[in-house]
Write a protein that binds this ligand. Structure first.
Ligand code: ACO
Length: 457
């Protein structure tokens, strides 16, 4: 298990700050750290800046964390301008081509690729924890026939916490390990059960003879055949998509897992918070939103009008699957996914919606509105099309994202737990409400016969 060293920064310089209110000057260390030379100052170095003794001190205000690092992490590196994504130093392109998803999950957690013995025991442990308690099955059966599978996944993951009370001992490495194994092993089972519930199909229990992705496809698609044989192109596609979605440093859902986990709640509850964050259409829900958008466009001839509506902000419509908070040249995952889409569509045939997507991408990439705002296709622009060609329903796409991302969430959660600098996450605020005012009962004069009055009597 690796964690960011809390040693001395590689180099240090300082920022001289002059407060024009008082004429005082302050010196704040500027730190340069890590292989890519990230520079930063500590926000707490602003605190001594004050007009009078006894004042709270200067706060930094950063809604949506646009320029605030919440942690020092050794897991994932992104260079948004150059379109680089690396897990533990390994380029995403190499991992997508050569590694398996479980190898990547091991790498994210442990910092190094496993040797054969480590890999075998990791896969063995995950394979033999895929079954869920029968009460989880009954719990899922309690959902309505049209429940969104993300709601089911989120609730069932939170419910798992009640089955493993020992997981609350987050300071025990063995408990952290077994919770990690359980989450990696059981999320695909819960996801597949949610799928079968909505379809009204009997649940298929895990088959421990199959690989991680084959078993998942078996639990999704197996009918009366005694042994499920997955389409190898689909197995490969799923492995690659899981690897691409495994981690993405401090995104919305990872931040949620870290923030909730910082209260020292058990990891099942923290991961449930991550699933809830991922559900939103601006995050993991985007792949679903892309497909809905393409269906709404309906035909290539409608694209120019749609693009105009996006540009004019009519109905606050966005081009879903375009744009990213971090990637401002291209999303390296989108390039891999586009190639993967070609391979899958070579097998299942070209589809009208893919043609719309290609045309949409072509028009947007040559339109100044998108170019000037550095809006490029993100990973989700094509993933939905691949998933649908594999016969996954639209509202299941984000579930597939969650099944992969749990590997990153858990690595990030454990890094946070082991990071001696971390405390319970608790941002500050700039208070803009009323100053102190006195309570004068507005109900007593105007509404003498209110319920409030009767309670008082
Ligand atoms: N379509 C049209 N315009 C857009 C889009 C888009 N997809 N994304 C950003 N813009 C515009 C904004 O309107 C804004 O324009 P303005 O400067 O004229 O006001 C400008 O580009 C900057 O946009 P912000 O919202 O400030 O960018 P931010 O970094 O906050 O948002 C986000 C990033 C949320 C991903 C955004 O690009 C978006 O909503 N994209 C569509 C949803 C999507 O695909 N999400 C998936 C992200 S990847 C993932 O989570 C796995």
């Amino acid at each position: 298990m690796t964690q960011p060293s809390s040693g001395t920064p590689l180099a240090s310089d300082s920022l001289e700050i002059r407060d024009s209110r008082t004429g005082s000057t302050y010196s704040a260390p500027v730190r340069t750290e890590g292989p890519e030379g990230d520079t930063y100052m500590r926000a707490m170095d602003l605190r001594p800046i004050k007009q009078e003794a006894g004042e709270f001190g200067l706060l930094s205000y950063d809604p949506a964390f646009m320029n605030t690092a919440s942690c020092r992490s050794a897991i994932t590196f992104i260079d948004g301008d150059k379109g680089i994504l690396r897990y533990r130093g390994y380029p995403i392109e190499q991992l997508a081509e050569k590694a398996t998803f479980l190898e990547v999950a091991y790498l994210l957690r442990n910092g190094e690729l496993p040797n054969q013995g480590q890999y075998d025991s990791w896969v063995h442990d995950i394979t033999y924890h895929t079954y869920v308690h029968e009460n989880i099955r009954k719990f899922l059966e309690g959902f309505r026939y049209d429940a969104h599978p993300m709601s089911m996944l989120c609730s069932a993951t939170a419910a798992l916490s009640s089955f493993y009370p020992e997981a609350r001992d987050i300071h025990d490495p063995q408990q952290r390990y077994i919770s990690t194994i359980r989450l990696l092993a059981k999320l695909p089972t819960i996801a597949a059960f949610a799928y079968r519930h909505v379809k009204g199909l009997p649940f298929i229990y895990p088959d421990n003879d199959l690989s991680y992705s084959e078993n998942f496809l078996s639990m999704i698609a197996r009918m009366s055949e005694p042994k499920y044989e997955a389409n190898p192109v689909f197995v490969k596609a799923l492995e690659v998509l899981f690897i691409l979605h495994a981690d993405h440093e401090q995104n919305c859902s990872t931040n949620a897992v870290r923030a909730v986990g910082s209260s020292h709640v058990d990891p099942f509850s923290a991961v449930a918070a991550g699933i809830a964050a991922l559900y939103g259409p601006l995050h993991g829900g985007a792949n679903e939103a892309v497909l809905r958008m393409i269906t709404e466009i309906g035909d290539k001839k409608n694209i120019p009008a749609f693009i105009e509506a996006v540009k004019s902000g009519k109905g606050e419509q966005r081009l879903m699957g375009f744009g990213h908070r971090v990637y401002k040249s291209y999303d390296p995952r989108a390039r891999i996914v586009k190639k993967l889409a070609d391979e899958v569509f070579a097998q299942v045939g070209m589809d009208k919606d893919l043609e719309i997507a290609l045309e949409l991408e072509r028009i947007a990439l040559s339109d100044d509105y998108f170019v000037s705002r550095k809006l490029y296709p993100n990973v989700d622009f094509y993933t939905g099309l691949i998933y649908r060609s594999m016969a996954f329903p639209t509202d299941f796409f984000t579930v597939l994202f969650a099944v992969a991302r749990v590997s990153g969430w858990l690595a990030q959660w454990e890094e946070m737990i082991l990071d001696k600098e971390q405390k319970i996450a608790r941002p500050r605020q700039i208070y803009i409400g009323h100053g102190e005012r006195q309570y004068a009962d507005p109900l007593s004069d105007k509404f003498p016969r209110t319920r409030k009055d009767s309670i008082r009597k």
